[in-house]
Design a protein around this ligand. Sequence first.
Ligand SMILES: [Zn+2]
Ligand SMILES: [Zn+2]
Length: 391
Amino acid sequence: MNWMAEAKTMLPQAVALRRQIHRHPELGLDNPKTRDLVLDQLKGIDVEIVRGKSTSGVVVSMHGARKGKSIILRGDTDALPMPEDTGLPFSSEVAGRMHACGHDAHTSMLVHAVKLLDRHRDQFAGTVKFMFQPGEEGFHGARYMIEEGMIDADACFALHIIPNIRAGTIAGKPGPTMASADRWEIVVKGRGGHASAPHDAIDPVPVGFEIGLALQHMVTRRHSVFDPVVVTVARVAAGTTNNVIPEAIELEGTLRTTSPGARKSAQENIRRVAQNIAAAHLCVAEVNIVEGYPVTINDAGFTGFARDVARALIGDKNYLDMAAPVMGAEDFSYVLQKIPGCMLQLGVMPEQRDPSGHVAPVHSNRMMLNEDAMATGIAMHAAVATKFLAA
Ligand SMILES: [Zn+2]
Ligand SMILES: [Zn+2]
């Protein structure tokens, strides 16, 4: 079966659908227009469709020649609340929203994987479940679909586009492939006063600075370089004017790790460092950590299988073994906690770049992708599913 050749014939329709979704980005857990576009594309195809109750998520099930195992293929559908500055003719028509993470391409590739596999049901036994999932960008969409009992299979697979590697290549690694992402906030409370008489106040501002620096010391002194931890202080806020010592200072940021152990100890370390530095200066630190997505951990066996499939599909030199995880986060992590599988990266580096050679990454207001690589994505979905469910 030449999946690549057949996927390439679908490219014009796949690009058209991706552009249509790109023009009309939707946010969060409710992406009804995108869902309806997907369902419209699937009219006339013999599949079972289960709609989510708490989200606009949809699971489309396709049965093969005989009974057998099942696999989930996942595409996310949501965009980001940010402006688009690509200048593309099919740019977002909704101000302040952009498909800057490529989920428009993920959705279109998955729709076309449905169409491709529909032509070749004799190639597999069992069921392919296509998971169209909203709310990836921090809304835990995958978790809601799991909680509703929509997600169940013997294996799972997803692709995420990445503009920073050559178009049409696929990259991946077993084990941790993306980070956990927790939001933390520290409020240091002192006692306000006159800026000319700090001894008569309890100034929380230098204490906040000290905590900000100590968090960086903490990363290098308390954590192994082989079990990475990233702590970024991304927001600092205090005071109202030049001659008043404020009552409090706020620090806010992100914590990224690639193992559950490092995540737990880093959370404890942030609390201890903040509370004790504050106490040393007669202040009190309130620490609030909001847990986001867990570490995305690829099953080693399934990743090896998907790597073999990719190498057969696109050639050995076009599969890249990733040396290290990406410190971004993914809610496909929840699916991988439940079902063995993997998420791989699909290179979509655009041909045109600015003179410096810089490639706008995902989440950039200038993110663009080489749409030709979508054929590789469609073919890879079909090849992974049929190899796993070999008839
Ligand atoms: Zn994203
Ligand atoms: Zn994404």
